[in-house]
Design a protein around this ligand. Structure first.
Ligand SMILES: Nc1nc2c(c(=O)[nH]1)N[C@@H](CNc1ccc(C(=O)N[C@@H](CCC(=O)N[C@@H](CCC(=O)N[C@@H](CCC(=O)O)C(=O)O)C(=O)O)C(=O)O)cc1)CN2
Ligand code: MET
Ligand SMILES: [Zn+2]
Length: 764
């Protein structure tokens, strides 16, 4: 019988219980005991879901108060030493949340994207004082909780090499110069935890090593040998879990490691199986990740069963069945959806449904196809109904794509000439000041949206409420003296979901929440059909905002790459086609904004870097398609209309050629936290167009002074000619409060003015 398990389950709760409990605790409205009780109840609910679905093992340790990397560090005694004093004798939450969110003395740990997902983890900080002396007491408690419920607990930990691969060395740490140098210090902590788990009767531990699916140098591969040799034989059996890509080229290495099983992502990389099957040593387990943990479509159970049967015949009990990766990246339960078209609802599987798919397959392998034929038929019928939806394929959309000219992505003139025409229209000062788009999303705004959605207020009242907000933010920006204004995005629940609600071929769920970081969640739209623009999406709001001011107000769109990347996407069309369809829809919007008198249009692409394939070999093709999609959208504008783009999450040094190829007139980027480091790369690359390096870190509630911003700006003018520099925050301001925002923007405008005066006096 094939054993079934999941690498992890969403922790936020079907009704976002963890989010609300965390935020209550942070606001001081509840105590640690209450937060712990919510956590305990969620773990139990999630284990019950696994048991009820019929899984053989339950995942323990996939729960985390804020983030799984932070959690693993805590258990191993690897929290950054700069937080050693934070709440030393108080509740352990004080230190944990200080690491995650910062405190009066220390800024938070760095937050960055988990591989190619929209989930963010906290970056481990390696410093000379770090001891890794943890005993994972909390994890052991959770294992006992599960065992007390009569469950077969399989603890899950991030593996040592992935942990180091994601880490950054901080400060001068002497001989420990590279993350790998910490391995000898780290391994005893893992051994201690494994031994303690073994004493609790744990028989299997899953060590997550998604880093194996990246391009790895020989020293990292050698470190896998060293690490796993040191970990084997200290208690439980080890399942090394890879995901997000294939590790076929390392099959020989894995065969040599003294592990007891390996998990493969057979959704992303089905072809890797052969390399393992040939002579996978007895009695090792092969966990087949066959249910997509990154997408929400129902699995083709009939086909999967057919593929699994010979595998099962070959491996017998050594074949385990699992989702491709943790289910963290999909919403919890389809049972909470009630607004989706029936044909779509019937084609979906969220986390709970995916567990059911696994046990159906396991029963099919054990008892034969007939025993599960009803479930197989239901799955096929659900998938067929989706395939038959009228929106699925649109001859008109296909025709528009087919008829795209070779120069569809070309602006009419090169940058230098466009810049002149734009300046003639805009008349901006040197170092123009602007913001990234959103202003604080207050409780009152969210309440207005909810009341409208639930029909407690009518359309006119809603319109008035949003217009009042737009008037308010325009007035504030004029008073602050900003040069290029925004309407503030009050009408948007989210920069992606908003467009998902309006575009044809895209649906949005009612409760399909996925954790993004900490307590913050998103509801990724579902791109299920050919995409088209039904009607103007932003023109009314932008036109209204522009009518209130003489200064230019930027139109604000989310770009094709980001809309694709932050949605769940159909799997029967390639990403290039979907991005191009989105681009055509946005291109129409750009043209209509221009016709409505909007002189600057920003097309946000914060997910551009994240869309990049994990393996270098796959990058060029993807980049070409992504760049073209952006350019097709932007080319909806004439040369006198200025196109801005915005990217945060700044690790794009290696894709600068692609960023330049976007040919946006202005790009705003996140640079405040890294002290303009990224701008050096733009300088070295001779980036040709205008840049707005963020001078204000919007992730922190601290209001930076104008002196700090002036220092960053002075650094910026050393790197980029002032004529091509803009002044702006790092990102949108939707998560901040008005008092901070008002204060910070006033300081920012002051810094820009000071530098303008300085530069003018130098020139004179
Ligand atoms: N899709 C996406 N991915 C992204 C980003 C992004 O902006 N969008 N930015 C980065 C991550 N940053 C993020 C920053 C903030 C939030 C965030 O605040 N999310 C909100 C949900 C946003 C939302 O859809 N809000 C709805 C309301 C949802 C809601 O909670 N409604 C409650 C009422 C809540 C209330 O009144 O406050 C209800 O209906 O009961 C709205 O504003 O209309 C949250 O977790 O709370 C998420 C990600 C990277 N990935
Ligand atoms: C995550 S990038 C956010 C861009 C968007 N225009 C905003 O200001 O919120
Ligand atoms: Zn941003």
């Amino acid at each position: 019988m094939s054993l079934t398990h999941t690498l992890g389950f969403p922790r936020i709760g079907a009704r976002r219980e963890l989010k609300f409990a965390l935020e209550r605790y942070w606001r001081g409205e509840s105590d640690a005991a209450e937060l712990r009780a919510v956590g305990r109840s969620l773990r139990r609910t999630h284990w019950q879901a696994q048991r009820e679905a019929g899984l053989d093992l339950v995942a323990v340790g996939d729960f985390a108060w804020y983030d799984q990397v932070l959690q693993t560090l805590d258990w191993l005694g690897g929290l950054p030493t700069r937080f050693a004093d934070a709440g030393a004798d108080a509740d352990p939450f004080v230190r944990l949340f200080a690491c995650a969110r910062g405190n009066a003395a220390q800024p938070a740990m760095e937050l960055t994207k988990w591989f190619d997902t929209n989930y963010h983890y906290l970056v481990p900080e390696l410093s000379a004082e770090l001891r890794f002396d943890g005993e994972a007491v909390e994890l052991l408690d959770w294992v006992c909780e599960a065992q007390a419920l009569g469950l077969h607990a399989k603890p899950v930990l991030i593996g040592p090499l992935t942990l180091l691969r994601l880490a950054k060395v901080r400060g001068d740490s002497g001989a420990l110069a590279q993350p790998l140098d910490w391995l000898p210090r780290l391994l005893p902590a893992y051994r201690r935890v494994l031994r303690a788990l073994g004493e609790l009767g744990v028989d299997w531990v899953q060590l997550d090593e998604p880093a194996l699916a990246l391009d790895l140098d020989a020293d990292w591969l050698a470190a896998y040998r060293e690490a796993y040799a040191a970990l084997a034989g200290h208690g439980p059996r080890l399942l090394l879990a890879s995901y997000f890509g294939g590790i076929g080229e390392h099959a020989a290495l894995l065969r040599e490691l003294p592990i007891d099983g390996v998990h493969l992502d057979l959704v992303r990389a089905p072809g890797q199986l052969d390399g393992f099957l040939a002579d996978w040593p007895q009695p090792r387990v092969l966990s087949a990740g066959i249910i997509d943990g990154r997408n929400i479509w129902r699995a083709d159970l009939e086909t999967l069963l057919a593929h699994l049967s010979p595998l099962h015949a070959a491996l017998g009990e050594r074949l385990w069945l699992a989702p491709s990766c943790s289910l963290l990246h999909v919403p919890v339960d389809l049972a909470h959806e009630n607004t989706l078209p029936a044909a779509l609802q019937g084609a979906l599987a969220f986390a709970v449904q995916k567990l059911g798919e696994l046990t159906t397959l396991a029963r099919g392998l054990r008892d034969g196809r007939e025993a599960v034929s009803a479930a197989l038929l239901e799955a096929s019928a659900g998938r067929a109904a989706l395939a038959g939806l009228p929106n699925r394929r649109h001859p008109l959309v296909e025709q528009r794509l087919a008829e795209l000219d070779a120069d569809a992505g070309e602006r009419a003139l090169p940058f230098a000439e466009r810049a002149q025409r734009q300046q003639a229209v805009l008349g901006l000062p040197l170092l123009p000041t602007t913001t990234i788009g959103s202003f604080p999303q207050t409780a009152a705004l969210r309440a207005a949206r909810r009341d409208y959605r639930e029909q407690r207020i009518g359309h006119l009242e809603y319109l008035e409420r949003m217009r009042a907000e737009i008037r308010e933010v325009i007035t504030r920006q004029e008073a602050l003296g900003l040069d290029v204004l925004v309407h503030g995005e009050p009408e948007r629940n989210d920069m992606v979901e908003y467009f998902g609600e309006l575009l044809g071929g895209v649906a949005t769920s009612a409760n399909g929440w996925v954790q993004s970081y900490g307590s913050r969640c998103v509801k990724p739209p579902l791109i299920y059909g050919d995409v088209y623009r039904r009607e103007a999406m932003t023109v009314g709001w932008s036109r209204y905002a522009q009518s209130l001011s003489e200064r230019p107000v930027k139109g604000m769109l989310t770009g094709p790459v980001t809309l694709w990347k932050w949605s769940f996407c159909r799997d029967d069309r390639d990403s290039a086609t979907v991005m191009t369809q989105l681009a055509l829809a946005l291109r129409e919007e750009v043209a209509e904004l221009e016709a409505a008198g909007i002189r600057i249009v920003q097309i946000d692409e914060p997910a551009f870097r994240e869309g990049l394939p994990l393996r270098a070999a796959a990058r060029a093709d993807w980049l070409a398609a992504a760049v073209l999609a952006f350019r097709i959208a932007a080319a909806g504008a004439g040369p006198a209309t200025q196109i801005h783009t915005h990217m945060c999450y700044s690790e794009f040094n290696e894709i600068l050629p692609a960023i330049a190829a976007l040919d946006a007139d202005v790009i705003t980027i996140e640079t405040a936290r890294s002290d303009m480091e990224l701008l050096e790369a733009f300088h070295d690359f001779h980036y040709p167009n205008a840049i707005g390096p963020g001078v204000y870190d919007i992730h922190s509630p601290r209001v930076p002074g104008s002196a700090a911003m002036l220092r960053l700006l002075r650094r910026a003018v050393e790197l980029i000619p002032a004529e091509r520099l803009w002044v702006n925050p790092d990102c949108g301001l939707k998560t901040r409060d008005w008092p901070e925002v008002d204060a910070a923007l006033a300081q920012m405008v002051e810094a820009a003015r000071t530098l303008r005066t300085e530069l003018a006096s130098v020139a004179a």
